[in-house]
Write a protein that binds this ligand. Structure first.
Ligand SMILES: [Zn+2]
Length: 253
């Protein structure tokens, strides 16, 4: 069994054939899929998708690109969703300086800190989004030593990986690790400690090599797994068992 630790199954691009997409995943050996919200509405949708299933699990939070909507009202609703038993993690949350129309650092930081504190209060892991924001992300998560969580869609190299591992974090690799140019990311995947490594798709984005340019879906997490097994010199079954055990431990599945 494999776990896709990050897929946005509520996204518009899945509206027409979501049941089939989930079938494809199960047929490919994907036993669990974590569905993280990006704002109040999608966090609610993630929880409703997960409710009553054994294989879908939700996370509730506010993505940095949505944090212009951070307000006392949104926090109140999100806090209720975060406390729902279907919600296995907080997020996705973090900092994103890539998109120029994102809110400024102060606004992103306030929203992220609130979620880091909710993760500690609720004793749930945090799913961290970090894009062009490594120094500030590291500074913020480093302020909370009791925090558990995962750096999702990790695209950086060994040095950055080690910094998060030293803070107790897990590292989740996506289809980016399969792209020919991304040598340093593969080197990070090779060196990540065995008890900290996870795999994900970040569907519908970032389809792995061979499916690039198309919609990504959870079944394709096996391509990520295959590449990571290759760079680490282990067989796929062993790699699947390792990432499966790590995800179950982190998310309490
Ligand atoms: Zn995401």
């Amino acid at each position: 069994m494999v776990i896709d630790s990050h897929a946005h199954l509520y996204w518009k691009r899945f509206h027409e054939d979501r049941a089939q997409v989930i079938e494809n995943a199960l047929a490919a050996g994907v036993g669990h899929i974590v569905v993280p919200g990006t704002n109040v509405a999608t966090s609610g949708e993630a929880i409703e998708l997960a409710r009553g299933t054994n294989h879908l699990h939700a996370a509730a939070g506010m993505h940095p690109s949505d944090c212009m909507h951070d307000s006392p009202e949104s926090r109140e609703t999100l806090a209720q969703l975060m406390a729902d038993p279907e919600c296995v993690a907080i997020g996705e949350a973090g900092l994103d300086f890539f998109h120029r129309d994102n809110p400024p650092l102060e606004k992103q930081e306030a929203c992220f800190r609130w979620q880091l504190e909710k993760a500690i209060e609720l004793n749930k892991p945090i799913i961290v989004h970090c894009r062009d924001s490594h120094a500030d992300t590291l500074r913020l998560v480093g302020d909370y030593p009791e925090l558990r969580g995962v750096l999702h869609c990790f695209t950086m190299g060994p040095e950055e990986m080690q910094a998060y591992v030293d803070l107790g974090f897990h590292i989740s690799f996506s289809g980016v690790v399969t792209y020919p140019k991304n040598k340093t990311n593969r080197e990070a995947a090779r060196l990540t400690p065995e008890d900290r490594i996870l795999v994900e798709t970040d569907s519908p984005f970032l389809a792995p090599q061979g499916h690039r340019g198309k919609r990504n879906e959870p079944a394709y997490v096996v391509h990520v797994l295959k590449e990571i097994a290759r760079v680490r010199g282990v067989d796929e079954k062993t790699m699947a068992a390792t990432t499966d055990a790590n995800a179950k431990a982190l998310f309490g599945l």
